[in-house]
Design a protein around this ligand. Structure first.
Ligand SMILES: C[S@@+](CC[C@H](N)C(=O)[O-])C[C@H]1O[C@@H](n2cnc3c(N)ncnc32)[C@H](O)[C@@H]1O
Length: 310
């Protein structure tokens, strides 16, 4: 098979990065691991401290976006966009899939007290924190559960959104069908997420390995390409209203994480010792932090805003 042409300098950098990573982690084990739902829960439980101290002390578990017209990354960027839809349609009932620690729902539900907001998340520690963060809001209803088995009636919601959660779907088509089922006709499904931009089987082996490691180290079993994802959404009956590449808006944060991870891998003996003390599921975030900026630059991964309508 003919390989996609990639900048040789980038491939060299990648080779070096994989070398550091291999000194600390058993990458074959990670590549062959299946990210089941219980693995995903464990990943979020073990990564909670890292998400709190490195990602956001305010409770968001997603990438802040540095959009073209701004000077610094904004944690509420995704919520501001969703808010525009909430304001402009006659919204009564909203659902967040993978509500995390409640960062987005708290903002939206506080601003729209006449609208009811539901949230679902599978990780106990996250949903407990979300409940605590929103306990003063009478219009928020949270439950622990799986977004692939939504416990709601048909045609219940005007708008459903998901921020960096749907990538964990173990069966994309069935998960999309589930969302379609509980949405009202003409209802919206807004998704911010990471995707593959290309078929990884055509990539040079090191880049393919890196792509798989980025996904698995963040508990994503198998990234879908953006085109397959959108096509699957159309097959279950959605219309595509927006599909916007926002990869550039995540880069500054990725590069910040990459710098932190480079300190970690600089001292491999020390890093190896940490694997005996801390859980690998927490430490393996350093793999994604090191490799994702490279897979992004190589055009393999990207971050998109997608709006679908039933
Ligand atoms: C990256 S975090 C995003 C959290 C939140 N959307 C935010 O923006 O802060 C992904 C969340 O999805 C949840 N999640 C993953 N798979 C899930 C599933 N099958 N059902 C429900 N929640 C899930 C995780 O527990 C985690 O809280």
């Amino acid at each position: 098979m003919e390989h996609t042409k990639i900048d040789p300098k980038l491939l060299e950098e990648l080779e070096q990065a994989l070398g550091y990573i291999k000194k600390v982690f058993d990458i074959n084990h990670l590549i062959n691991a299946t990210q089941t739902t219980s693995q995903i829960i464990k990943y979020y439980e073990k990564s909670e401290k890292a998400y709190h101290f490195i990602h956001s002390t305010k409770g968001s578990i997603h990438f802040p976006l540095l959009l073209n017209n701004q000077s610094k990354p904004e944690e509420l960027a995704q919520a501001y966009f969703i808010e525009e839809y909430i304001k402009n349609i006659n919204t009564q009932k909203v659902l967040e899939l993978g509500v995390g620690k409640g960062f987005n729902i708290k903002y939206l539900a506080s601003n729209y007290p006449h609208i009811k907001f539901w949230g679902i998340d599978i990780t106990p520690i996250n949903i407990q924190k979300a409940m605590h963060a929103t306990e003063h809001l009478e219009n928020v209803f949270l439950c622990r559960g799986d977004f692939e088995r939504l416990p709601f009636k048909q045609k219940h919601f005007d708008l459903i959104y998901s921020i960096e959660t749907f990538c964990h779907a173990t069966n994309l088509k069935s998960a999309l069908k589930g969302v379609h089922y509980v949405l009202k006709p003409k209802g919206y499904f807004i998704v911010f997420d990471g995707y593959r931009k290309t078929n990884i089987n055509k990539l040079p082996q090191n880049l393919k390995t890196a792509a798989i490691l980025v996904e698995k180290s963040m508990a994503v079993n198998q990234g879908a390409t953006i085109n397959t994802w959108v096509k699957t959404a159309q097959q279950v009956g959605f219309k595509v209203i927006v599909k916007e590449d926002l990869t550039y808006a995540t880069m500054q944060t990725w590069e910040k994480f990459q710098k932190l991870a480079s300190f970690y891998f600089k001292f491999p003996t020390f890093a190896k010792i940490t694997t005996k003390i801390f859980d690998t599921l927490l430490l393996q975030n350093a793999i994604a932090a090191t490799l994702a900026p490279l897979t992004i630059k190589a055009g393999v991964h990207g971050y998109y805003k997608v709006v679908l309508q039933k």
